[in-house]
Design a protein around this ligand. Structure first.
Ligand SMILES: Nc1ncnc2c1ncn2[C@@H]1O[C@H](COP(=O)(O)OP(=O)(O)OP(=O)(O)O)[C@@H](O)[C@H]1O
Ligand SMILES: [Mg+2]
Length: 325
């Protein structure tokens, strides 16, 4: 079941095209992430879905209904921003309650929804505190609790963890994914952090310059990138050029061939040896191409490699991923 449909939408600001014509269907209950570098149009798309921005061209359907002309407060969705805007003079509970009061939800139902939102976001011991008595991560959990208490069909999240430190972000990523699964709400999530997108999403939309580069599951995008941008934006990749085509091969698919006489597709010289804890890599400068490739080492190979050593670089044809001309 489609929950959100963007149909040939475009957005221009002052004559400049910020979102090029694009269509996208987001399924009910899906965790979909818009991923791309700064300025590629992620927030603009989210704001159009929310109703804070009108598409210049095209239509937006929410749960089968055309909402293109519908104001934000009439759409059955909630938006969570990077910078949580909590009311400083209200406790956690009161912050969550505020929107429910405005919607004139009856008192018993309010109580129940607040209780559930607090429990789901693990805020129970903090319910009576004020925002200044909470850490950044806790405040962001309140912002999320406030959104889910409204029981929206769709939750839009614009870099909700962007202001938090790495460890906290990782914890909240896992929590949010869990929360989304247990609620079954459709999440549209914006981030420029590829690891975050890979870790949380059912599907990822890779954006660049206001255009969609690829849509797919994390696995599809990792294994079968379709464009140069997709191949190099998600994880590390080696790009090879041949007369009529360009293809990519992941570092873990390249093999370092020790004996120079042994057959290998390319030859090169080891430029660097990198130990990254669980991954050991060779950086190899290829002889015939002005390029350096990265090869993940096989731990069964016990012999030492030396910088400056000549080696062969090989791979299986099946591991070549075509990414265009
Ligand atoms: N109200 C506006 N008026 C003019 N240009 C705008 C407006 N809002 C956004 N833009 C431009 O549209 C482009 C896309 O902006 P947007 O905020 O959607 O990017 P983003 O992908 O969310 O980036 P970031 O990761 O930095 O948040 C940018 O070039 C931005 O300058
Ligand atoms: Mg943005």
């Amino acid at each position: 079941m489609p929950m959100i449909q963007l149909m040939n939408i475009e957005k221009h600001f002052a004559g400049q095209t910020v979102v090029h014509p694009l269509s996208l269907t987001i399924r009910e209950g899906e965790f979909l992430t818009l991923l791309g570098p700064s300025g590629c149009g992620k927030t603009t798309i989210l704001r159009m879905i929310a109703g804070f921005e009108q598409p210049t061209v095209g239509e937006i359907f929410l749960d089968g209904k055309d909402v293109t002309e519908l104001p934000a407060n009439k759409r059955d969705l909630n938006l969570v921003f990077q910078h949580y805007a909590l009311f400083p003079h209200m406790t956690v509970e009161q912050n969550i309650q505020f929107g429910l009061k405005m919607k004139k939800i009856d008192a018993a139902e309010q109580k129940e929804r607040i209780g559930e939102a607090i429990r789901l976001t693990q805020l129970t011991p903090l319910a009576k505190r004020y925002p200044h008595q909470l850490s950044g991560g806790q405040q962001q959990r309140v912002a999320i609790a406030r959104a889910i208490a409204n029981k929206p069909r769709v939750l839009l999240l614009d870099e909700p963890l962007g202001a938090l430190d790495l460890q906290l972000r990782k914890n909240l990523q896992a929590e949010l994914k869990q929360l989304q699964r247990s609620l079954g709400i459709t999440f549209v999530y914006v981030t420029h952090d590829q690891e975050e997108a890979m870790m949380m999403s059912d599907r990822i939309v890779i954006m660049n310059n206001g255009k969609i580069e690829q849509i797919g599951t994390p696995k599809e995008i990792y294994n079968r990138p379709q464009t140069l941008f997709a191949a190099t934006f998600i994880g590390e990749n080696n790009v090879f050029h041949e007369a009529e085509r360009m293809f990519a091969i992941r570092p873990e698919k390249l093999k370092a061939v020790r004996d120079r006489e042994q057959k290998a597709k390319r030859k090169g010289i080891i430029q660097d040896i990198v130990y990254l804890g669980n991954v050991h890599k060779l950086m190899v400068h290829l002889n015939d191409e002005q390029t350096t490739v990265s090869i993940c080492l096989d731990f069964t190979d016990e012999d030492e490699w030396q910088i400056g050593q000549h080696i062969g670089v090989d791979w299986f044809d099946a591991d070549e991923v075509n990414i265009g001309l």
